[in-house]
Design a protein around this ligand. Structure first.
Ligand code: G6P
Length: 362
């Protein structure tokens, strides 16, 4: 059947809007009624000591978030790499490694080549894909479909949040199998994600207004800490892909090691910061930006908005949620900022120049 836009102006808007349903489908596929996590039986985390996560583009940022989860919750060491670097570096792969290849299409040439490099070296190869009949799925020992449904827009949206959902369930399963406590109520809280993502999508009015401002910028900086750092990277990637505005993502703590030199009144700084244990450090980063005339756009929750105080140029308020789930929710404004800035600039949202949905050549 032909996939239509269902009344949306672009596939990207449709796919952003589909995220609550897509995440729900991913959860239903791996989380049983009794809240037990059901992964393919062949995947036995008691036999695995380390993970190597490999992907390209947006999938790479899923892997970077997953590193925080696997390390913090399951206490397993994780290496993450972009596929095009991974195989040429010829990294040693120990026999107790689970190699995970994350790919929406399952056809990205570099990711497939990286997978082949790990054959006969890693203990197991898992493919986390949206297209279950893809090459990466076929060549993996274990296939983990992310259940996002067909994604048409070149910029990946619902595949990203579904990748994150499945990777978090994997990390939680690994923790359980290895005898580490799960964050309190995390599985119940995960069931609330579709509803929270729905609420986040509804915050689009404040983003639309702010995007008209961003459309005039030449450079934009995105900041985030911890597992929100990869979301800052994703926000910057999306903005440059869709609106052709130069954007860079940085770990908030790295601000003073470089990007602060760029700050003046023409460089907006988007700060992805739920009110978590490190929020006060982020507030001081924002003050450094504002002291140099920089315009801070803060994406946070109600409490964070209150604590941030005066001087913030614009605030996008999301529902509060447990820290572990924040990267999934904060992906939504990262997508919408890029979407509405592209609309304000009049660029081709679904088919950005020079980009392809799936890169099947090296
Ligand atoms: C291209 C697409 C991106 C995607 C990347 C990896 O660059 O434009 O949206 O994240 O490929 O694709 P994959 O299908 O392997 O996830």
């Amino acid at each position: 059947a032909r996939i239509e836009k269902d009344g949306h102006k672009h596939f990207m808007a449709k796919e952003i809007a589909e995220q609550p349903t897509a995440i729900d489908r991913a959860l239903a596929n791996y989380l049983a009624q009794d809240n037990s996590i059901v992964l393919p039986e062949a995947l036995d985390f008691s036999q695995i000591e380390r993970l190597t996560l490999v992907a390209c583009g947006t999938g790479y940022y899923s892997c970077l978030v997953a590193k925080y989860w696997f390390e913090q919750i399951a206490r397993m060491p994780v290496e993450v790499d972009v596929a095009s670097e991974f195989r040429y570096r010829e990294p040693p792969i120990s026999a107790d490694t689970l190699a995970v290849f994350v790919s929406q299409s399952g056809e990205t040439a570099d990711t497939l080549a990286a997978l082949r490099y790990t054959e006969g070296k890693a203990k197991q190869i898992a493919g986390l894909v949206n297209v279950p009949e893809s090459s990466i799925a076929r060549e993996s020992d274990i296939v983990l479909p992310i259940k996002a449904g067909p994604e048409i827009s070149v910029a990946s949206t619902k595949a990203f949040t579904c990748q994150l959902t499945v990777l978090l369930l994997m990390a939680l399963k690994a923790a359980e199998v290895r005898g580490h406590a799960l964050p309190e109520n995390v599985l119940e809280d995960m069931r609330a994600l579709p509803g929270l993502v729905h609420q986040a999508i509804a915050a689009e009015n404040s983003i639309q207004a702010m995007a008209r401002d961003l459309a005039g910028a030449r450079d934009v900086i995105f900041l985030g800490r911890g597992a929100l750092y990869p979301i800052a990277l994703e926000g910057a990637l999306k903005l440059k892909e869709l609106s052709y505005i130069h954007a860079e993502g940085y770990a908030s703590g790295e601000l003073k090691h470089g990007p602060i030199a760029l700050i003046d009144e023409t460089v907006p700084v988007v700060v992805m910061a739920p009110r978590d244990a490190l929020f006060e450090k982020t507030v001081s980063n924002m003050q450094e930006v504002m002291a140099r005339g920089g315009k801070v756009i803060l994406v946070t929750d109600a409490e964070g908005a209150k604590m941030a105080g005066d001087g913030v140029h614009a605030t996008i308020v999301l529902p509060a949620l447990p820290d572990v789930l924040a990267p999934i929710l904060y992906a939504v404004p990262a997508q919408q900022i890029a979407y509405y800035t592209a609309i304000a600039k009049g660029t081709d949202v679904d088919q950005p120049r020079n980009l392809a949905k799936s890169v099947t050549v090296e």
